[in-house]
Design a protein around this ligand. Structure first.
Ligand code: GDP
Ligand code: IMO
Ligand code: MG
Length: 423
């Protein structure tokens, strides 16, 4: 059966660490959406790995890893990652597979993503510049290039010309940028063809067969619920369905095969890029969280915006994902803060909002209603049993659990695999 692991905030909740932790009990780890915009960190024996496209279960030598059809695949980024892994002594040979119908991110997608965001001026989204939105746009515009198209040279060239026609017109006439030649892209990407050929599969058939045999699949979400194209803080979102439902369309499996849905939640809130963030701490308190939590983007290195835990958001995430349980990360980062706040509602125009409003005007301009809890001072980073946590840390966990209505089953107190409290 399938367990889906999904981000419940604006990404960077610590999904990489949790996937690595849970992967020990799975047979297959599969990414279902997003692309090189993701940055999933796994720390193993003091070595830090950052995964953009390769699933976070790859460090276990006996696990199969899959890049599903819902992912947009940038071959440059993929092979940089694979080469780094191979150099570190981790072989992916014969155990990393790519869906034939995944769409490819090509050089023009990245160039266009960066130019478009620059042209948005004050309305810029602050994308990662990895060509994510532009690849998905081509997919939905039906001028995308799938992995299977890339593998057949003549089909690739034909589709490349079609995809570049309008883009080159825009580059020349509107953006006043250099045009991109299909021949050059064709030549530059040639080196990846044989390597990719060895890794492709009809993943829908493969996964369904493996599940039929009794294999356990861990579906790895990227980004988070509030970056979801449908349910996030639109337009300040990414271009895919990050929520648990995306696992079915992004892997080719029926919802009937999903048996468990786990949300990863950070014990406070962060966001990278632009967009509304009601509980953001703009002063020294935000700075403290950023420093203690080392909140800098794993993909772009940008400082992450930091703020208090927003229970209104996570409650909505529990609903749209159908969470069975929550894993809370980075509780250690809150150590030493005297009073810790939890957002429980918003106020706008004299009205109280206990649920996440999809109206951007409300969400961008609301005041926040907080509850305040006492903090703790003890170092918790070496604690592995729930009973040993300070009383106030337990009260914080209990209160969040109560508001969200989903059990918090594990608590992470540091970046390495061992720093985990099972409840
Ligand atoms: P992801 O995108 O959801 O996988 O999260 P990122 O890897 O982008 O960001 C999470 C960061 O927090 C990484 O640097 C992790 O190594 C780190 N991390 C994960 N869990 C914990 C934790 O419990 N405590 C601390 N201090 N760091 C953590
Ligand atoms: P992981 O998987 C945090 C943000 C970008 C930007 C917006 C759109 O590591 O949690 P995009 O390049 O996707 O078009 O950018 O989404 N963003 C992320 N923020 N974690 C991520 O991934 C993100 N992937 C994209 O910063 O605001
Ligand atoms: Mg990340």
């Amino acid at each position: 059966m399938i367990t889906v692991v999904v981000g419940t905030q604006w990404g960077d909740e610590g999904k990489g660490k949790i996937i690595d932790y849970l992967a020990k009990d799975a047979d297959i780890i599969a990414r279902y959406q997003g692309g090189g915009n993701a940055g999933h960190t796994v720390v193993l024996k003091d070595k830090r790995y950052i995964f953009h496209l390769v699933p976070s279960g790859i460090l276990y030598p006996d696990k199969i890893c899959i890049i599903g059809n819902g992912v947009v695949l940038d071959p440059v980024s993929l092979f940089e990652e694979i080469d780094y892994l191979e150099k570190s002594g981790i072989s992916v040979e014969g155990r990393l597979f790519i869906a034939e119908n995944a769409h490819m991110t090509l050089p023009y997608h990245k160039v266009l993503d960066q130019i478009e965001d620059k042209f948005r001026g004050r309305g810029a989204l602050g994308t990662t510049g990895r060509g994510i939105g532009t690849t998905y746009a081509d997919k939905f515009n039906r001028i995308g290039i799938r992995v299977i198209d890339f593998l057949e040279e003549d089909i690739f060239m034909e589709k490349l010309k079609i995809a570049l026609e309008l883009k080159n017109y825009l580059f020349r006439e509107y953006y006043k940028e250099q045009m991109l030649s299909p021949d050059r892209i064709y030549k530059e990407t040639k080196i990846y063809r044989d390597r990719i050929k060895k890794m492709v599969k009809n993943i829908a058939i493969y996964l369904n067969e493996e599940i039929e045999k009794g294999k356990d699949v861990l579906a790895e979400g990227a980004q988070g619920t509030f970056l979801d194209i449908d349910f996030g803080t639109y337009p300040y979102v990414t271009a895919s369905n990050c929520i648990a439902g995306g696992a079915c369309t992004g892997l080719g499996v029926s919802p009937k095969k999903v048996s468990r849905i786990i949300g990863v939640v950070k014990s406070y809130t962060t966001r990278v890029g632009m967009g509304p963030f009601p509980t953001e701490l703009k002063g020294i308190e935000g700075e403290v969280l950023r420093k203690t939590g080392n909140e800098y983007g794993a993909t772009t290195g940008r400082p992450r915006r930091c703020g208090w835990f927003d229970a209104v958001l996570v409650k909505f995430a529990a609903l749209v994902n159908g969470l069975d349980e929550l894993v809370m990360t980075k509780l250690d980062v809150l150590t030493g803060i005297e009073k810790i706040k939890i957002a429980v509602a918003y106020k706008f125009d004299g009205k109280l909002y206990k649920d996440y409003p999809l109206n951007a005007k409300v969400f961008s301009n609301c005041d926040v209603v907080y509850e305040e809890l006492d903090g703790w001072k003890e170092d918790i980073s070496t604690i592995t049993s729930y009973n040993k946590l300070p009383g106030n840390a337990k009260k914080y966990i209990d209160r969040i659990e109560e508001i969200i209505g989903v059990p918090i089953t594990k608590i992470s107190v540091g970046s390495s695999r061992e720093q985990m409290v099972e409840r």
